[in-house]
Ligand binder design. Structure first.
Ligand code: FE2
Length: 188
C-alpha cells in the first residue's frame, strides 16, 4: 500500500483506486467500476453528496488489505468496512463515514427485516454474509435502528447491491474531486 503523505488527500484516495481499483470485485466488475457504479446509482436517484461519497468510498477498505481478491471464497472476512472507515476517519465527517462503517451491518439488518432480501443478493454477497455473521437477530436489529445514520446506511447498502453491472457507463473518478474536496475535514 502506498499512501504518500505529501499528496493532497483527494489525490491519495484516487491513487489507491488507481493502484488497486483493478482488483476483481467478484461479480464481473472491478473495485473501481463497483465504486463508480454505486455512486452513480445514488447520484441518479438524487441523493445528497454525502450519500454519493459514502457510496463511492464504501469499499475503500477492500483495496487496502493484503488478503487477495475474492477472500470470501476462501472463508475470510477482512472486516473491510471497518478498515475503510478507519483509514478515512481523519478526512471525512461521520455522516460519510458511518454508512461506510455500517454497510455490512446494513446487509445483515436487511436480511432480518426483509425475508426475500438475501435471495436478491449477488452470489458473492450471500457467500460473505455467512462470514459476516448472517442475518441480524432481533436485538441487533433493534439496536441498529437507533443509529443516527440508520437511513443513510440502508441507502448506501441498496446502491451497493445495484453497482454490479458489467460494462455500465459511469462518470469517472475525477468527477468526484470537487465533492470530495468540499467535505474534507482538512484543506486539500
Ligand atoms: Fe460494495
Amino acid at each position: 500500500m502506498t499512501q504518500c503523505t505529501h499528496m493532497a488527500p483527494v489525490d491519495r484516495i484516487f491513487s489507491i483506486f488507481q493502484q488497486h481499483g483493478h482488483r476483481h470485485y467478484g461479480e464481473n466488475v472491478s473495485e473501481l467500476e463497483h465504486a463508480l457504479q454505486t455512486a452513480e446509482f445514488a447520484k441518479q436517484s438524487g441523493e445528497s453528496d454525502t450519500i454519493v461519497l459514502s457510496c463511492l468510498l464504501h469499499d475503500y477498505g477492500h483495496m487496502l488489505h493484503d488478503l487477495g481478491e475474492e477472500i470470501a471464497q476462501h472463508g475470510v472476512d477482512a472486516r473491510h468496512e471497518v478498515i475503510g472507515a478507519r483509514l478515512l476517519q481523519d478526512l471525512f465527517p461521520e455522516v460519510i463515514l458511518e454508512p461506510i462503517r455500517q454497510h455490512v451491518a446494513a446487509k445483515r439488518y436487511l436480511c432480518w427485516k426483509i425475508p426475500t432480501y438475501a435471495q436478491e443478493l449477488s452470489e458473492s454477497s450471500r457467500l460473505s454474509l455467512q462470514l459476516q455473521g448472517g442475518p441480524m437477530n432481533d436485538a441487533e436489529a433493534q439496536n441498529f435502528e437507533t443509529n443516527p445514520h440508520f437511513a443513510a446506511c440502508l441507502k448506501v447498502r441498496r446502491y451497493d447491491d445495484m453497482g454490479k453491472v458489467p460494462g455500465m457507463q459511469t462518470a469517472d473518478l475525477e468527477s468526484y474531486r470537487g465533492p470530495i474536496n468540499r467535505f474534507l475535514l482538512e484543506s486539500p
